[in-house]
Design a protein around this ligand. Structure first.
Ligand code: ZN
Length: 666
C-alpha cells in the first residue's frame, strides 16, 4: 500500500495521471484529489500548505489555512469555527483545545509547511476509508450535541460539509432527517429523556463513496419542533419542546439546509457576561445540569421569528485576529500592546496567586504564541496563546506578577495597551470587561428586530460559562475508591491511598486560591457503607456534589491494566458541558507531567454522568506500569498533578466568586 501510494503520488506530481486508473487514488466527494505538493512521511501522506489539491479540499469544507514562511504554527479554522493548530517539529496538534498525536511532526521545506493529510482530514470530520485499493476521504456527521434548556432541547448537528437534509415520513412525534453525502461513527442511540425529546437514533448507510446518515428524533406526538439558526452551513440546529411551548425558529421543511446567516454582514456581538438570574434557574428537568443558555421565559419568546443574524451563535461572527504583540519594558513598568484587526470584547481576571489574564472574546491568534520571561522586574512571565474554546475562539494574554501590582488597560480603535505598574494595586476589583474598537460601529441587533431581547440570549450564550449554582465557589473532589474498595493495586501501590493523597493536595492548592473545597471522603472509608453496591457507593458521591450545588466535580483515579505496557494520563468527561473543563485541565496535565499523554476521552462513568455540574474523571497514571508506578511513588509528582488540575480549573473558571457575606455557616 505504501509503495503503491507513493508511486501514484509520484505520477500525480509529474503530470496528468494517465494510465493510473488501476492504482490507488485519493478521492473526495466524487472527484479525485490531485496533490501537487505531497510526499510520503512515516508511511503516510504529507501534504504542503501550498498544495492546490489541499487548498481545494479545504475550500470544499469551508476551512481556511493560515501559514507564513518562517512561522512555527499552521492554524486551520473550520467552517464551524474550531481551530486546528499544528506546530512544526511537534507531532502533537490541537483541535479546539484538545490535543492529538499525528504520525509525524509537521515540517517546513522551502516556503511551505508539510502536514499529515489524514490527521488533518479527521480533525475536519473527514475519515479516510480504504475502498478497494482506493482511499476515499469520507465526510462525516461529526458531532451531535444536545443541550437541555429547561424543558426545551437544542440539538446541534455538525458536518464536514454543508448539511442538506430530506425529511422522511415518520410517526407522530417523530422527526427523521436523511443527510446525504455524510457517514457517521457517532453513537447509534442516545437517550435524552426530556419532555420534548426522549431519544435520538442515528443510522449510517450507503457506500464509502455515497454515504448517507439518517437521524431520528423521538418526542411526544403533540410535541413542537423548529429549525433554529446555525452559525455555519455545516451546522444544523433543531429545537424540541413539549406541546404549547413557544419556540423561535422556522418549521422544519421537507427538504432543506442549515438556516445560517450566510451572506449576512459579519456581526461581532459584544461580549455577554453570564446571566445573573435573580432566582435560581429551574433544574428539575435538566438531567445534565446544562443550564448554560438562559431558558426562554413563557410569553417572552416569539412564536415564530424569521432567522436573523442577531440570533446566530457568537460563533457566526468572523473572529478578530490578533496581529501583533509589542512589549515595552521600562524602569518600573512593563507595557504590552495587543493589536487587533477588528473590534473585540475582552474580560480580565486577577487570581489570588499573582496571575493576571485577559481573554479576547471571539479572536484568533495571527502570530506565534508567546511564552517568555520578559526583561522586567514587574512581570515574571508573559504568555499569549489561543485558547480555542468552543463555540468561540479566545486569545488569552497572561502575566505572572511578583506582587499585587496595578494593571492599567487603555483600549484604542485597533489595540489595547496593558501596563503593569510598579505601584501596588489599590483597586480591589479582580475581574472586569472592556472593548477594543468602537462598539458603536458594530452591527448589533437591528433596531427593527422582531426578536425580543431574551430570545437571542437563549441561543447565543456560550456554554463555556458554568451554570449558576447554589454554591458557585464550591468544588467537590472525589478521591476514587476507599474503605472496603481498594481500587487497583500493584507495584506496591494501592489506588485508594493515592487518590486520597492527590485529592488532599488538590484541596490545599484550590483553597489557597480562594475556592471552597469539599471531598467526598476525607479518610479511608466507603462513602455510602462498607461492601455496598457500586451504584449506591457512586450515587452517594454524586449526591454530595449535587446536594451542595457545587460548581465543579473532579474525580481522581489511578489506572491499572493486565498488561504492564499501558501507561499515561487520561482525562474523561461525559456531558458536553464538561468538555471545556476537561480540555483546560488536561492541557495543564499534559504539559506538566512526565507521563504519556493519552488525551481526553468521552466515557460514561457513573460519577461524571450523574453529577449535575461540569464533571471530569482523571486517570492520573497506570500503577501497573513500572515507569508510571515510579512516578506515583514521588510526592513531587503527586503535587504536580494537584497543581496542574488547579491551574486547569483557574483557566476554565477564572477566579472564585467573592465569599458570601451571610454568616449562616456554622
Ligand atoms: Zn479507580
Amino acid at each position: 500500500m505504501r509503495a503503491a501510494l507513493l508511486a501514484v503520488l509520484v505520477l500525480l506530481t509529474c503530470a496528468v495521471p494517465a494510465g493510473a486508473q488501476d492504482a490507488p487514488n485519493i478521492w473526495f466527494a466524487g472527484t479525485q484529489l490531485i496533490f501537487d505538493q505531497a510526499e510520503m512521511r512515516a508511511g503516510t501522506v504529507a501534504v504542503g500548505t501550498a498544495d492546490t489539491g489541499l487548498q481545494r479540499f479545504l475550500a470544499r469544507l469551508g476551512a481556511t489555512l493560515a501559514y507564513e514562511p518562517g512561522q512555527r504554527y499552521v492554524v486551520i479554522t473550520t467552517a464551524d469555527r474550531r481551530t486546528i493548530t499544528f506546530t512544526l517539529g511537534d507531532a502533537q496538534f490541537t483541535v479546539a483545545g484538545a490535543s492529538f498525536r499525528a504520525p509525524f511532526a509537521p515540517y517546513s521545506a522551502g516556503a511551505q509547511a508539510f502536514l499529515p493529510l489524514f490527521a488533518l482530514a479527521r480533525a475536519l470530520y473527514v475519515v479516510p476509508i480504504d475502498a478497494g485499493g482506493e482511499t476515499v476521504l469520507q465526510p462525516q456527521l461529526g458531532a451531535l450535541d444536545v443541550h437541555n434548556v429547561g424543558q426545551t432541547v437544542v440539538v446541534t448537528l455538525r458536518g464536514a460539509t454543508p448539511l442538506h437534509f430530506r425529511r422522511l415520513a415518520g410517526d407522530d412525534g417523530q422527526v427523521e432527517l436523511l443527510f446525504t453525502g455524510v457517514a457517521s461513527t457517532l453513537d447509534q442511540s442516545r437517550i435524552v429523556g426530556s419532555p420534548g425529546l426522549s431519544q435520538v437514533t442515528l443510522l449510517a448507510e450507503g457506500t464509502p463513496r455515497n454515504p448517507s446518515t439518517s437521524v431520528a428524533f423521538y418526542g411526544p406526538a403533540d410535541g413542537v419542533h423548529v429549525l433554529g439558526p446555525s452559525s455555519s452551513p455545516n451546522e444544523l440546529t433543531l429545537i424540541f419542546a413539549p406541546a404549547g411551548t413557544p419556540l423561535a425558529g422556522t418549521p422544519i421543511p421537507d427538504e432543506g439546509d442549515a438556516v445560517a446567516s450566510v451572506g449576512a454582514p459579519a456581526v461581532t456581538p459584544a461580549f455577554t457576561p453570564p446571566p445573573e438570574p435573580s432566582v435560581p434557574p429551574d433544574t428539575s428537568s435538566d438531567e445534565d445540569g446544562d443550564q448554560t443558555a438562559a431558558s426562554p421565559q413563557p410569553g417572552e419568546a416569539a412564536t415564530v421569528a424569521s432567522p436573523s443574524p442577531v440570533a446566530s451563535e457568537m460563533g457566526a461572527a468572523v473572529p478578530a485576529v490578533v496581529t501583533a504583540i509589542d512589549e515595552t519594558p521600562a524602569e518600573s513598568s512593563f507595557s504590552v500592546r495587543v493589536a487587533v484587526n477588528a473590534p473585540v470584547a475582552y474580560e480580565w481576571h486577577r487570581l489570588l496567586d499573582g496571575r493576571w489574564y485577559l481573554d479576547l472574546q471571539n479572536a484568533t491568534l495571527g502570530i506565534a504564541p508567546l511564552d517568555e520571561t520578559p526583561a522586567s522586574d514587574v512581570v515574571s512571565s508573559l504568555r499569549v496563546r489561543q485558547m480555542a474554546l468552543q463555540p468561540i475562539p479566545v486569545v488569552r494574554v497572561a502575566f505572572t506578577l511578583p506582587s499585587d501590582l496595578a494593571v492599567d488597560l487603555e483600549p484604542s480603535d485597533s489595540s489595547l495597551t496593558i501596563t503593569v505598574g510598579a505601584s501596588a494595586d489599590t483597586d480591589v476589583a479582580r475581574t472586569g470587561l472592556g472593548q477594543i474598537g468602537d462598539a458603536g460601529t458594530i452591527a448589533l441587533a437591528p433596531v427593527s428586530s422582531p426578536l425580543p431581547s431574551a430570545t437571542p440570549a437563549a441561543v447565543a450564550t456560550p456554554w463555556k460559562f458554568a451554570p449558576r449554582t447554589a454554591n458557585a465557589g464550591l468544588i467537590v473532589i472525589d478521591p476514587g475508591h476507599g474503605g472496603s474498595d481498594s481500587g487497583a493495586m500493584g507495584n506496591g501501590l494501592v489506588e485508594k491511598d493515592l487518590t486520597l493523597d492527590i485529592a488532599g493536595r488538590l484541596r490545599r492548592v484550590l483553597e489557597a486560591r480562594g475556592w471552597t473545597v469539599k471531598l467526598t471522603r476525607y479518610t479511608d472509608v466507603d462513602v455510602y457503607q462498607p461492601n455496598d453496591s457500586a451504584h449506591d457507593e457512586l450515587q452517594a458521591r454524586c449526591d454530595i456534589a449535587n446536594n451542595a450545588g457545587a460548581r465543579l466535580f473532579i474525580s481522581i483515579h489511578v489506572n491499572s491494566f493486565t498488561s504492564s505496557d499501558l501507561n499515561g494520563t487520561t482525562t474523561y468527561y461525559y456531558k458536553d458541558d464538561s468538555l471545556p473543563l476537561a480540555q483546560a485541565v488536561h492541557r495543564h496535565l499534559a504539559a506538566a507531567l512526565e507521563t504519556k499523554d493519552d488525551g481526553i476521552q468521552k466515557a460514561n462513568f457513573y460519577v461524571i454522568h450523574h453529577t449535575t455540574m461540569p464533571a471530569i474523571l482523571i486517570e492520573t497514571a497506570f500503577l501497573s506500569n513500572p515507569g508510571d508506578a515510579a512516578l506515583l511513588r514521588s510526592p513531587t509528582f503527586l503535587q504536580k498533578i494537584a497543581v496542574s488540575v488547579a491551574d486547569g480549573v483557574s483557566d476554565y473558571a477564572g477566579a472564585p466568586p467573592p465569599p458570601q457575606t451571610s454568616m449562616d455557616i456554622p
